[in-house]
Ligand binder design. Structure first.
Ligand code: TC6
Ligand code: NDP
Length: 272
């Protein structure tokens, strides 16, 4: 089975799609899924060699040409220039992003700013530049790749805050741009891309034990969710965040009998 061929090969025929960070990991998988579904795909990031190599790989699989382009989403000038070159897109996937893990009490002011700038401001740069063109052109669909926000993500408070901002931005724009542009998010759980392995050395952590589907996801799981959301199959869906996380965010069900038994009645909380 080809994990990236879940949809009809003409589902996105005649549509042009741009994927930021499409040269590696999750972005590469999404670009592959879009290409397999018939879209004309552009992948954009900062490293030309990586993009070129990936474009050739995707073309070998899908039989469709893939274009590469350069952008640093934190640099508005490069985003504006990209929008001038590639503005005629129907689909935008904002996947570029990342962070470093650190306890929040140790964040330096610049460390915090850097992660917010990449994941919130960088995504906004892309959304506004391309969204405005889509609005003028008559329509389009945007999908933002975020993280499993909603219950807190210890170890990456900066990124969790930025991604929550993107989720709320998407809901808000769903209203403002509703008649013309749909905008949704996909929230990945943990996926062992090269970047993930390089950043989180110990790899699979204890979290998986508690997860209803107790294993890591495959990048095609994200790709299939993103292709669904930007395709006409999801034409009545906007402002939504689809969690692709093996049930990670529903872990910790309420237990009928708490560990240690029921507390004494009327005992005040020991916390200040
Ligand atoms: C549950 C998990 C879910 C998510 C999974 C994934 O995302 S998987 C994918 C996971 N993989 C990825 O997300 C990709 C890996 N991450 C990256 O490529 C980078 O961390 C970056 C793009 C976020 C920032 O890069 P950049 O070149 O723009 O940054 P810069 O070098 O110019 O420094 C700016 C400030 O940040 C500080 N700082 C930086 N690193 C660290 C650190 N490790 N420690 C502490 N601090 C750090 C640095 O000290 C400086 O502050 P200072 O000293 O001036 O006060
Ligand atoms: N893997 C996981 O478990 C999870 C991942 N995520 C998020 O999903 C996305 C993809 O993750 P993953 O594939 O694992 O990681 P990668 O590091 O492989 O993907 C990030 C991509 O974004 C590009 N990129 C980074 N910064 C910029 C920038 N400033 N401008 C343009 N492009 C940039 C990189 O290419 P280049 O360096 O060439 O610019 C790279 O291709 C990220 O946003 C990540 O944080 C969220 C939750 C879990």
């Amino acid at each position: 089975m080809n994990e990236f061929a879940m949809y009809a090969s003409d589902l996105l025929d005649g549509r042009k799609a741009l994927v930021t960070g499409g040269g590696t990991g999750i972005g590469k998988a999404i670009a592959t899924g879009l290409s397999m579904a018939g879209a004309d795909v552009v992948i954009a990031a900062r490293r030309a060699e990586v993009l070129d190599e990936t474009a050739a790989e995707i073309t070998a699989m899908s039989g469709r040409p893939v274009t590469t382009d350069l952008v640093d989403i934190r640099d508005l000038d490069t985003v504006t220039a990209l929008a001038q070159r590639q503005g005629d897109i129907d689909i935008l996937i904002n996947n570029a992003g990342g962070q470093f893990p650190q306890k929040a009490r140790d964040f330096s002011p610049n460390g915090w700013r850097t992660v917010i700038d990449l994941n919130l401001n960088g995504t906004w740069n892309m959304v506004q530049a391309f969204g405005n063109i889509m609005l003028d052109a008559g329509g389009g669909s945007i999908c933002n790749i975020v993280a499993t926000v909603g219950r807190g993500i210890p170890g990456i408070a900066h990124s969790a805050s930025a991604r929550a901002g993107v989720v709320e931005l998407s809901k808000t724009l769903a209203y403002e741009w509703g008649p013309k542009v749909r905008i949704n998010c996909v929230a990945p759980g943990q996926f062992r891309t090269d970047a993930y392995d390089n950043t989180y050395e110990e790899g699979v952590g204890d979290g998986f034990v508690e997860q209803p589907l107790p294993h890591v996801g495959h990048v095609s799981d994200i790709a299939n969710a993103a292709v669904f959301l930007v395709s006409p199959t999801a034409r009545f869906i906007t402002g939504e965040t689809l969690y692709v996380d093996g049930g990670l965010t529903v872990q910790g069900p309420m237990s009928a009998l708490p560990p240690g038994g029921f507390p004494e009645r009327n005992e005040p909380s020991p916390h200040r």
